[in-house]
Write a protein that binds this ligand. Sequence first.
Ligand code: ATP
Ligand code: MG
Ligand code: FE
Length: 357
Amino acid sequence: PLVLGIETSCDETGVGIVRGTSLLTNTIASSMDEHVRFGGVVPEVASRAHVQSIGPAISRALDEAEVTLPDLDAIAVTAGPGLSGALMVGVSAAKGLAAATGKPLYGINHLAAHVAVDLVAPDSPGLHTPTIALLVSGGHTEILRIGDIVDDIELLGATIDDAAGEAFDKTARLLGLDYPGGPNISRAAAGQFDESGAPGDPQAVRFPRGLSTAKDMRDPERRYSFSFSGLKTAALRYVTAAERNPGSARLADVAASFEEAVVDVLVTKTLLACADSGIGHVLLGGGVAANSRLRRRLTERCQTAGITLRIPPLQLCTDNGAMVAALGAEIVRRGIAPSPFEFGVTSSLEAHDVLIA
Ligand code: ATP
Ligand code: MG
Ligand code: FE
């Protein structure tokens, strides 16, 4: 099926078009630059940017894919989770298109779409199920068990405070680095901002590993859960120490150690979920997948454990429209009925609610 997907849950206005499992186009406009001076995504600013970008993004996607609206078999749109105002722009646009063309409309789950996107990756082996998915971005940090991409998604654990990307962004700010913090902390860890230029030592500072004590690991509620807020406080201690005693802590060491702490818990808990469930497949998604230390550690540890790892190309890991179209196409392929036209957005839509029905 030929499906157009719309994604506006956060700061990316994404429109993607897929035919079955081939990706025809994936246009993205991001309002990231407008959030830099606030140090994080500002919902009102994101909503306004979506309003401005959505029309042009849809036209461009149709042009690039060389298809017209009547050619489409269906329209899919992210209905949640995400920022309500931002989601509303995408859902309204999708409803307008569906009403004007008479095409079926599918309101779908952003988290499931982050997984389904691997169906349209250029080198995709198909979606192996069951798989354990690790989704890490500015807005979420989840470990999911995917038994089936439409019918069987289970949330194993999530962050109880900051998302992983948010931890990067907030800590970067404390260290005097710009938003988005992820890439800048990585640069700092590589030594780019230190005079010597030498890479940081990831073992220099022992930052806390949240919810990782033996007691936490025995608690089914905490075993696959994350907490990153303690890291900020710990990082702040190093910043104040450095202010009092210049030269006491190298920025590269602090950044590398911070990265290591975040990555260590993410990877450890993901592999734990594999071991517990006997699942030998992992899929990584979300903007923090751009972090090379995370990719490296996850690759190493999966290799050692004999686990197959999928990391879709980066532009498919960050928020985009193709992921919505990919999940929409899979749902259409199965002959599942569209969503009722009256559906609204659900900012806290749960992972197992793959399709608004
Ligand atoms: P959502 O949570 O809905 O997916 P988002 O816009 O918050 O939306 P993304 O756009 O997927 O998420 O990712 C942005 C986040 O990824 C930011 O928090 C950013 O700091 C983080 N990030 C980007 N590159 C890196 C990196 N190299 N290392 C660590 N974090 C990174
Ligand atoms: Mg984003
Ligand atoms: Fe996302």
